[in-house]
Design a protein around this ligand. Structure first.
Ligand code: MTE
Ligand code: LUZ
Ligand code: MOS
Length: 750
């Protein structure tokens, strides 16, 4: 089944926030933000802006009726700065005007006088200054101090991974309109409608039931709209309340890039110890996370970094410490992988460092240490239904690693200035929100008396195909064809108290809730059909929109049964709630069983490097991925390929550059480059592991959204191997992204 939005997208008919027809009297908002990275506001002059024809109102912190506070986990972030500013791009005032152009012109006429303070943009410096978002956390198992003595090889080093701009095609935005009782409807481009509702209620001093948040679809989120869609919706709501007219607020690309947070850059230290035969005995890591100026989701992201410290490997002695460091950059936020990729880069770097010292191929160390059933992870969860070895094994055989490695070697012998590198990347990613409480979802299903079905859940469609999956779930459970199922918009009035669509678990959580709601309706209809046909309910099944008795068709169709059930006063609606069973985590011990299950896979990457120019091409990526029994194989294939290319972009192209005083320099699409089809690997082959049913999963499926992102690290490893083939003695830093400039600097050190 294709993503159900495909036809609309191709014809340009899909509606995003900015596409909804505007009601009469709509006004437009634009945001004035801080020009300095750290300091205090001495004076805000709005007179000139107010005088501009078409300007209706300028709103600042004192205009906020409730709390000027949008922080979710830690309440440390104002909607509009009232006194101190902490990053360039921090919102200070909102202009409401007849057109977006006038609003933006007025923004330029607002003048703000600041008293500047020194800015900190580096995580390690922030840590040294004691600027932490929360106390450091450590996950450990065994005893690393004792283990070092038993190690044959010990390597240590430091790594750097950069930020990443989400670059969702649809920029942040919202549309707010008033209801007759002073309530609000917010149409928001958010992954978390309930988060928007909750924070809007707090800031606008309204009960949550007076705020309805509606989301049709997003033009991409990638985590950037898990928390950071909220302020724009709240601002539109604030403006609508203050001017008593509908208000639209859409960020321009440039504004979006400057004002919103990105993937967290990390600076990390590692130490790894191995036995003579390549078993990893001990591993220590310290992560300095560059959180930016406010907590946002940083502590949750840091927690996932700790969970994935050892990636796909069993290591008996581990000590991983993580610090979330407050700097004067925009608050960094969720981005596909949520701290997992940053952790995996460090352990893979450590393995490379050890392999170089031991004179072996990193892949031999990777393979020797892969997890298996019964292994305990540093946070106490016992590995079960582990498929990392089958994925690895299958990849070596199906895609002929030995031949590939030989070809690469031969190529390198024949070519002096162009070199190839081969590398593998195993990924083991825990599925569940690490905050156990978030692992719940709701669904509301209506069957109308013509037999058509409408499904509402908390899931937000952002291109990942969750609606296609939910539709499959409802159709299969009710035994109707998918065309008779419609997935309605995500609306806080229909499904309440939802978790954001994130952590790759949108389809899992909302799919289970949909299944349960559909099962309730099905059961009622089965009993009604049994009574009508004078048989036992066990004999009744629904298939292809027909009602079968003991497997045989008869006159009853789904449509006729539903209609008679309605006239017999059988309820055709159901609401259901799902909470992931068995998961738990004790933060006081840092031990537990936080994940419902794991997603596994391996990628083998070949890179071809031009050693004169520093440019490279990713020749091929061969993937074996375990997605259980897919609910929508084409959607999942798209997720694997998209995540892979996004991951390679993070590792080898996208460079978020800030100046020392906190100004984003890569702030347009001409200075911030993301992968396009020419940069994508020349060849991607994806194989889904066979016979991989996941019994506890939704129709035996597994989550797919984030795990393949981390295959991108394989590209970094492959480029590095190509560099090593050119300069075996070069000291190549463990720094990403490997842009051509960085590659050249490492190949030709001064
Ligand atoms: N795919 C597309 N096309 N657009 C997106 O914004 N977000 C990713 C992933 N795939 C995203 C995407 C992220 S960060 C997550 S967490 C998951 O989709 C969320 O959706 P799911 O839980 O339904 O997989
Ligand atoms: N969001 C979140 C996430 O709040 N908790 C998580 O564990 C998570 N994991 C991945 C992506 N988003
Ligand atoms: Mo994805 S980072 O969980 O939105």
């Amino acid at each position: 089944m294709k993503n159900k939005d495909t036809n609309l997208h191709v014809r340009g008919e899909s509606c995003f926030v900015d596409d909804f027809p505007c009601p009469a009297g709509v006004l437009h908002a634009a945001v004035k933000s801080s020009a300095i990275a750290h300091g205090t506001i001495k004076r805000i002059q709005i007179q000139n802006a107010e005088k501009l024809p078409g300007v209706k109102r300028i709103l600042c912190a004192p205009d906020i009726p409730g709390e000027n506070q949008i922080g979710s986990i830690i309440q440390d972030e104002q909607l509009l700065a009232d006194h101190e500013v902490h990053f360039i791009g921090q919102p200070i005032a909102i202009v409401v005007a007849e057109t977006a152009e006038i609003a933006r012109e007025a923004v330029e006429l607002i003048s703000i006088a600041y008293k500047e303070k020194p800015a900190v943009v580096d995580a390690r410096i922030a840590a040294k200054n004691g600027q932490l978002i929360a106390p450091p956390r450590t996950f450990s198992c065994g005893d690393t101090d004792l283990a070092w003595a038993q190690c044959e090889t010990i390597s240590s080093g430091s790594t750097e991974t950069g930020g990443q701009e989400h670059l969702y095609l649809e920029t942040q935005g919202a549309f707010a309109s008033l209801k007759e009782d002073g309530g609000l409807q917010l149409i928001s481009s958010t992954q978390g409608p309930t988060a928007v509702q909750r924070i809007a209620a707090r800031v606008l001093d309204l009960p949550m039931h007076k705020i309805e948040v509606d989301v049709l679809r997003l033009g991409g989120g990638f985590g950037g709209k898990e928390d950071q869609a909220t302020p724009w919706a709240v601002m539109a709501g604030l403006a609508a309340i203050c001017v008593r007219r509908p208000v639209k607020l859409i960020l321009r690309r440039h504004e979006d890039m400057i004002m919103t947070g990105k993937r967290h850059p990390y600076s990390s230290d590692f130490k790894i110890g191995l036995t003579q035969d390549g078993k990893i005995l001990a591993y220590e890591a310290t992560y300095y996370q560059n959180a930016g100026a406010a907590a946002d989701l940083s502590t949750a992201i840091l927690e996932r970094t700790l969970f994935h410290a050892s990636n796909s490997y069993y290591i008996p002695n581990v000590k991983a410490t993580a610090l979330s460091c407050r700097t004067n950059l925009p608050p960094n936020t969720a981005f596909r992988g949520f701290g997992g990729p940053q952790a995996m880069f460090v352990i893979e770097s450590a393995i490379v460092a050890a392999a170089e010292k031991m004179g072996v191929d990193a892949s031999s160390i990777q393979e020797k240490n892969l997890l298996k059933d019964g292994d305990e992870l540093p946070y106490g969860q016992i590995m079960a239904a582990c498929r990392i070895k089958p994925c690895w094994q299958h990849n070596t055989e199906r895609f002929n690693w030995h031949e590939k490695q030989r070809d690469v070697q031969e190529f390198n012998q024949k070519n002096k200035l162009v070199k190839k590198g081969f590398a593998c990347m195993p990924v083991t990613f825990g599925i569940s929100f690490t905050n156990t409480s978030l692992n719940q979802a709701g669904a509301l299903v209506h069957v109308y008396n013509d037999g058509s079905v409408s499904v509402s859940t908390g899931a937000v469609e952002m291109g990942q195909g969750v609606n296609a999956k939910l539709r499959t779930v409802a159709a299969r459970t009710l035994g109707v064809n998918p065309e008779s199922v419609r997935i309605d918009s995500t609306n806080t009035g229909r499904v309440a108290n939802t978790s954001p669509t994130a952590a790759s678990s949108g389809a899992d959580l909302n799919g289970h809730a949909t299944r349960i709601a559909c099962e309730q309706i099905r059961q009622r209809l089965i009993e009604f059909a049994a009574a009508t046909l004078k048989t036992e309910s066990e004999n009744i099944t629904f298939e292809n929109s027909r009602i079968l008795v003991s497997g045989r068709e008869n006159d009853l169709t789904w449509n006729s049964l539903v209609d008679s059930a309605y006239w017999a006063r059988v309820s055709l609606s159901a609401q259901a709630h799902y909470a992931t069973p068995k998961i738990h985590f004790d933060k006081s011990k840092e031990k537990g069983h936080p994940f419902a299950y794991y997603s596994f896979g391996t990628a083998a990457v070949i890179a071809r490097l031009d050693c004169i120019r520093g440019t490279f091409i990713i020749e091929s990526v061969d993937i074996v991925h375990d997605l259980g029994t897919s609910l929508a194989p084409k959607v999942d294939l798209g997720q694997v390929e998209g995540a892979l290319v996004q991951g390679i972009g993070w590792m080898a192209m996208e460079d978020v550059v800030f100046s020392e005083n906190g100004q984003l320099l890569a702030n347009t699409l001409s200075t911030y480059k993301i992968p396009d089809i020419y940069f994508a690997p020349e060849k991607i082959q994806t194989h889904f592991l066979e016979n991989a049913a996941h019994p506890a999963g939704l129709f035996h499926s597994k989550a797919i959204g984030e795990p393949p992102f981390m295959y991108g690290i394989g590209a970094w490893l492959a480029i590095r191997n190509a560099m090593k083939a050119f300069r075996p003695q070069a000291e190549i830093p463990f720094t990403a992204p490997f842009t051509p400039e960085r590659v050249l600097m490492a190949l030709y050190p001064k």
